[in-house]
Design a protein. Structure first.
Length: 281
């Protein structure tokens, strides 16, 4: 009788823990459904490395050397969103927007048409000059004026207003390096960087911020932006057997499983193309 009671007690305990395990598993799976909402990048092969795209509502840092394709990455991401019916905002912190569009004409993305339809908003914040909205246009168009200066605070406030007022879902700021160079003191630079990323996180948009890769792959130093962002995508330019090799690496992407290997990419006829199953070396 005692043996039977012990076996019965053991069975009840096992059933209890089995129930808890099933409940916990279902809870985790439901939580993952929320985490795994993705925003497709539109970059061929990259979404396969990400399992579908960037985590929705997160801020992603794209780091690369000059000529690695950071601006192409940013505009291609916004263009794909526009094709899906999502409004995107591109903030140029360095080059004049017209020059940016001229450099990308070979891809036939028809950015001017997307602007007219209100699916692509372009803000010229190069040199932190004041951005004005033209009231006579059917859609917001941003221009620069060299007579008045745009402060860092005003830039953040303007971005927030545009995101809210135009139902912007995707944002690309290119590059944050230009913004941080105006601060000579490290403390002020850190505060500005934190405020910058907090604004993007609070916007609810899925944002891309580009930054310059200051050192080589082997001896590079981590930047403050990399710790503040939810994800980091590195665009490497490597030398292998006398040849220049372009390679992409998803260094960090919080909340989702992702490929961490260094994969080759190229400038294709329709934009950047990643080869998700090939290895660089």
């Amino acid at each position: 009788m005692i043996v039977f009671m012990n076996e019965l007690l053991l069975l009840n305990v096992c059933c209890f823990f089995a129930w808890r395990y099933c409940f916990y598993t279902l809870w985790v799976r439901n939580a993952e459904v929320t985490i795994l909402d993705r925003v497709p990048t539109g970059i061929k092969g990259l979404d396969e490395l990400l399992g579908g795209g960037f985590p929705e509502g997160r801020c992603i840092l794209v780091v690369g050397s000059p000529g690695s394709g950071k601006t192409t990455f940013a505009i291609q991401y916004l263009h794909h969103g526009a094709m899906l019916g999502e409004t995107g905002l591109y903030v140029s912190l360095d080059e004049h927007p017209e020059h940016v569009k001229e450099n990308l004409t070979s891809y036939n993305w028809d950015l001017d048409s997307l602007e007219k339809k209100g699916k692509l908003l372009i803000m010229d914040a190069s040199g932190l000059r004041r951005a004005n909205v033209k009231p006579d246009g059917p859609h917001p168009v941003f221009s620069s004026s060299s007579s008045e200066g745009l402060s860092f605070t005003e830039l953040l406030r303007t971005v927030s207003k545009v995101v809210e007022g135009e139902n912007v879902r995707r944002v690309a700021l290119d590059p944050v390096t230009s913004l941080m160079l105006r601060y000579s003191e490290e403390v002020k630079r850190r505060r500005a960087t934190i405020a910058f990323f907090d604004t993007l996180a609070d916007s609810g948009c899925t944002s891309i911020v580009t930054s310059e890769l200051k050192t080589s792959l082997m001896d590079r130093r981590f930047q403050l932006e990399e710790f503040l962002s939810h994800g980091v995508v590195l665009l490497h330019t490597l030398m292998h057997e006398g040849n220049v090799v372009r390679a992409v690496q998803i260094e960090k992407m919080r909340g989702i499983a992702h490929d961490t290997q260094i994969r080759p990419y190229q400038f294709g006829p329709t934009g950047l193309e990643v080869f998700p199953r090939d290895k660089v070396f």
